[in-house]
Design a binder for this molecule. Structure first.
Ligand SMILES: C[S@@+](CC[C@H](N)C(=O)[O-])C[C@H]1O[C@@H](n2cnc3c(N)ncnc32)[C@H](O)[C@@H]1O
Length: 255
């Protein structure tokens, strides 16, 4: 049977790769590199750099051209499901044509495959479509972990939960009943559009890379500074990836 290794590669620093991920890379006969067109060249280069640095045996790379997602409009879920179906058809064809029976392929996933990434759902679709392929998932260091480590903070308060959500969801307001909220996939600087009282922010962009930027403080005090830093960096590099923790300011007794 064909085998697929879905490998979390960390959030930007090649040193994020775990020993398990390096071992998995070295089992691969073929490394599949999805090319989403809009994906930043910098991210593609990091994948290539990881292969060159860590794979110590001959391997082939195969690029999978993936279609762009249609504008979401009101039916966000429907658009994404349709997009996944089209990607699954392309993946199925590449796995069939570029991976022989008994061979092992690797898919390199940014951060951790379990967090805001569609690869696992797409591979499920490929299997549901009839291709007999076994698969393993190798966890990676996510941008959430990288954010916490770089700010030297615990994400949760003592015994309290953490919510991980998107900028799209945060636009509806700071989630009721929550204390600590990690926001990903926010292209709109939503933190600057919600009431700031009682909130603090720990923001990071390009985590794990030479371009990394970190800003933290009371949201009311630093929101403008983050907006300025974000738009300058975006203009300079042509793209940006950022993530932040918002949380209610601690009571005087909180450790
Ligand atoms: C499609 S999601 C992928 C998340 C990934 N699977 C993970 O585990 O981090 C992309 C979002 O992750 C966050 N992200 C990923 N890498 C990042 C980095 N190096 N610096 C800041 N944010 C990052 C950003 O919020 C970005 O919009």
């Amino acid at each position: 049977m064909r085998k697929l290794l879905i490998i979390g590669i960390g959030a930007g620093d090649p040193d994020h790769l775990t020993v398990q991920a390096i071992k998995a890379l070295n089992r691969a006969d073929v490394v599949f590199l999805p090319d989403k067109g809009e994906e930043k060249a910098a991210l593609r280069h990091l994948r290539e750099e990881i292969c060159a640095r860590f794979i110590e045996k001959p391997y082939r790379t195969v690029t999978i051209e993936t279609p762009q997602r249609a504008a979401a409009g009101s039916d966000y879920r429907g658009v994404v499901v349709d997009w996944h179906a089209r990607i699954a058809a392309l993946y199925a064809r590449r796995f069939t044509e570029d991976l022989a029976e008994g061979q092992c392929g690797a898919l390199l996933v940014w951060g951790d495959p379990a967090l805001y990434d569609s690869t696992l759902r797409i591979v499920e679709r490929v299997r549901a479509g009839g291709l007999a392929i076994d698969w393993e998932v190798i966890p990676g260091i996510s941008s959430v972990q990288a954010l916490a480590a770089r700010h030297k903070i615990a994400l949760n308060r003592i015994g309290e939960p953490v919510l991980i959500t998107t900028g799209r969801k945060l636009a509806g307001g700071f989630p009721a009943g929550q204390d600590s909220v990690v926001v990903m996939l926010d292209g709109e600087q939503t933190f600057a559009r919600i009431p700031a009282e009682d909130l603090e922010i720990y923001w990071g962009a390009y985590l794990g890379t030479a371009e990394e930027i970190l800003i933290a403080g009371r949201l009311a005090d630093v929101a403008g500074e983050i907006e300025a830093a974000r738009s300058q960096a975006r203009e300079r590099h042509g793209w940006i990836m950022d993530i932040y923790l918002l949380r209610r300011r601690p009571a005087a007794t909180e450790a």
